[in-house]
Ligand binder design. Structure first.
Ligand code: SF4
Length: 324
């Protein structure tokens, strides 16, 4: 049993270094986050002029599965053909994601075999008569189990951006941590949040959107900048398709109100605050992954293995009309 929060930390290593590379070396900006498969699918169908803007980093689900059938299997002497990955997700779009293209088979097998939503798992647990609350606490298994507070907050709108900013600040400045580890500008339920983050004199313009209806506003602002031939007004944009982020995902227990979303969000931030480590690059199992297996480099730094296992590509896709 592994924890996708671990691979959320890996996502930050990959996406964070990709952002720094593009930002400092003049790559395509704004960088768009890519960890929400409903959003990437929407973009490929309805806004393919943004494919170059997407981070090539896979979602945490796909990173974890690829590492389970490569890194973990090799370290434990297990034939990857015998590894079956069942992923528990808050998300129905993750079911579609596992077979979206050949990059989801980076290990030579389908990296994620099956996805169950949290709602489906809860039904199974109830049907089996298991008193879930009475089960003893157990840590996730090693190599792909440890996580930081930054990995935890991926579940809420603004969380990916906040986690990326924590690590980007340290990597850009060389300092141990930002003046404040909480980037409160990106928190909250406002549909679109914008801010300028000061990284020791370097200004980074960011935007965070959740719910697809709010995305078009940002997309159209960038199109307007392109038409006017000016620098895009944002450098880094996070999008999550569901209201509130994955805490309000389509695979979660039904009928979530904003009150319920607020409770789930508070739980996530409490978990973050209680974490001893709150920045992804400090995760000891992430550090071991790069040192022992990925050659010390992220995909953005030219690490071939990291690029092969942890990155994907995007292209224009057709919109299918359903009849009847
Ligand atoms: S925001 Fe919604 S669609 Fe996107 S990854 Fe989370 S649960 Fe899935």
């Amino acid at each position: 049993m592994f924890d996708t929060n671990f691979s959320a930390d890996v996502t930050i290593m990959e996406e964070g270094t990709e952002f720094i590379k593009r930002f400092t070396e003049g790559g395509t900006l704004p960088l768009l986050t890519s960890c929400c498969p409903a959003w990437t699918d929407w973009m490929e169908k309805y806004a393919p002029d943004f494919t170059e803007n997407f981070s090539t980093a896979k979602s945490p689900q796909q990173m974890l599965s690829a590492l389970a059938k490569s890194y973990w299997a090799e370290a434990n002497g297990v034939d990857p053909a015998k590894v079956h990955v069942t992923s528990i997700m808050p998300c129905t779009a993750k079911k579609h994601e596992i077979a979206r293209d050949e990059y989801m088979n980076s290990t030579g097998f389908q990296d994620t075999d099956v996805v169950l939503t949290t709602r489906e798992l809860a039904r199974m647990i109830k049907a089996a008569g298991i008193d879930f609350a009475a089960l003893p606490e157990q840590p996730a298994d090693k190599l792909l189990g440890a996580y930081t507070g930054a990995g935890t907050i991926f579940g809420v709108t603004g969380g990916v951006m906040e986690a990326a900013l924590r690590t980007a600040y340290c990597l850009i400045t060389g300092e141990a941590q930002p003046p404040s580890i909480d980037f409160k500008e990106v928190r909250g339920m406002e549909g679109v949040k914008t801010a300028t983050i000061d990284i020791k004199g370097t200004k980074v313009n960011i935007a965070v959107a959740h719910q697809m209806g709010n995305v078009e506003k940002i997309i159209n602002e960038i199109r307007e900048d392109r038409r006017n031939g000016v620098k895009p007004r944002y450098d880094f944009i996070e999008v999550m398709a569901c209201r509130g982020g994955c805490i309000g995902g389509g695979g979660q227990p039904c009928l979530a109100t904003d009150e319920v979303r607020a409770q789930r969000t508070a739980g996530i931030y409490t978990d973050d605050e209680k974490s001893v480590l709150r920045m992804s690059h400090l995760n000891p199992e992430v550090q071991a992954l790069y040192k022992d297996y990925l050659g010390g480099k992220t995909g953005a730094q030219g690490g071939e293995k990291a690029h092969h296992l942890l990155h994907t590509k995007y292209h224009k896709r057709d919109v299918y009309a359903f009849e009847g």
